[in-house]
Design a protein around this ligand. Structure first.
Ligand code: PEP
Length: 247
C-alpha cells in the first residue's frame, strides 16, 4: 500500500476542482486493484464540494493549510477543527511555499501539527532543504532541525503523522530528486525519526513527480508514497500518474 496525494495548490477554482475530483472518483471506481491510498487537496473554497464528490469512494480529502487554534478572532484563517468537521482526513503542514512565501517558521509548523492531532487529522509534515543548503552540505542540518521541531515530544500511534520529504529545489522545477538520492535521504529520515517515536511514520516524496518518473519512486521500499503538485492539477497528467502507479 502506498500513498498518492494530489496537492492542487491555488491552481484550480471550485468548478475545476469538482470536475477533476469527479474524474478521479470515476477512474478509481473502474479500477479494482486497491494498492494506493488516494487523497485530493483542493483549495479551501472547493473543500466541501470535493468532499461531497468523494463521499462513498476510496478517495479522501485533505486541507492545504490550517490555523493552529480551533476558533476565534483570526480573520481569514480556517482551523484544523473546521476542516475536520467538513470531512478532512489529512492536512498538509509546513509546505515549502508556506515556509518560504508566507514566512512560516518551524515553531508555527509545530503548532499546526498539534492542532491537527487534537482535531483528529493526520498532518503531512513537509520538510526539505533549499538548493543552497544542499550545495553547501547543509541538507541534513536543515532536515534535522525541521524534524526535531516537528516531532520532539509527540505522542503518536502508527500512521498518525506522515512526513513528506520535499526538497525545495525540486518543487515545481522539473528537477526531481534522483531516486537513489531520495532512497538515501528517506533511509536517513526513517533513522532520525526513531529518536522521536517508535510508531510507524510513512515518508512520502514530493518534487516534480510526473507520469514518467512516478514508478521509479513507488518502486523504492523507503518511499511510502508521493505528494504530487503541478502534475496533479490536470486531468491528463493525473490520470497518467494513476495509471503508471497502477491504481
Ligand atoms: C508540492 O507542491 O507538494 C509539489 C511536490 O509540487 P510539484 O509536484 O509541482 O513539484
Amino acid at each position: 500500500m502506498k500513498y498518492l496525494f494530489a496537492n492542487w495548490k491555488m491552481y484550480l477554482g471550485v468548478k475545476e476542482s469538482v470536475a477533476l475530483a469527479k474524474t478521479i472518483v470515476a477512474m478509481t471506481r473502474k479500477i479494482q486493484k486497491n494498492n494506493l491510498r488516494l487523497a485530493l487537496f483542493p483549495t479551501s473554497l472547493a473543500f466541501t464540494d470535493v468532499v461531497s464528490v468523494c463521499k462513498g469512494s476510496r478517495v479522501a480529502v485533505g486541507g492545504q493549510n490550517c490555523a493552529w487554534t480551533p476558533a476565534g478572532a483570526y480573520t481569514g484563517a480556517v482551523s484544523a477543527q473546521m476542516f475536520r468537521d467538513a470531512g478532512a482526513a489529512y492536512m498538509i503542514v509546513g509546505h515549502s511555499e508556506r515556509r518560504h512565501i508566507f514566512g512560516e517558521r518551524d515553531s508555527d509548523v509545530r503548532k499546526k501539527i498539534d492542532a491537527c492531532l487534537s482535531a483528529g487529522i493526520i498532518p503531512i509534515i513537509c520538510i526539505g532543504e533549499t538548493r543552497e543548503e544542499r550545495e553547501n552540505g547543509k541538507r541534513q542540518y536543515r532536515l534535522k532541525k525541521q524534524l526535531m521541531s516537528a516531532c520532539q515530544g509527540l505522542d503518536v500511534k502508527d500512521n498518525e503523522i506522515i512526513i513528506a520529504y520535499e526538497p525545495v529545489w525540486a518543487i515545481g522545477t522539473g528537477d526531481a530528486c534522483a531516486p537513489a538520492d531520495t532512497d538515501d535521504v528517506h533511509g536517513w529520515i526513517a533513522h532520525e525519526l526513531r529518536s522521536y517515536t517508535s510508531a510507524q511514520v510513512p515518508i512520502l516524496y514530493g518534487g516534480s513527480v510526473d507520469a514518467e518518473n512516478v514508478h521509479n519512486y513507488l518502486a523504492l521500499g523507503t518511499v511510502h508514497g508521493l505528494l504530487v503538485g503541478t502534475a496533479s492539477t490536470k486531468k491528463e497528467s493525473l490520470a497518467a500518474i494513476f495509471r503508471a502507479a497502477r491504481v
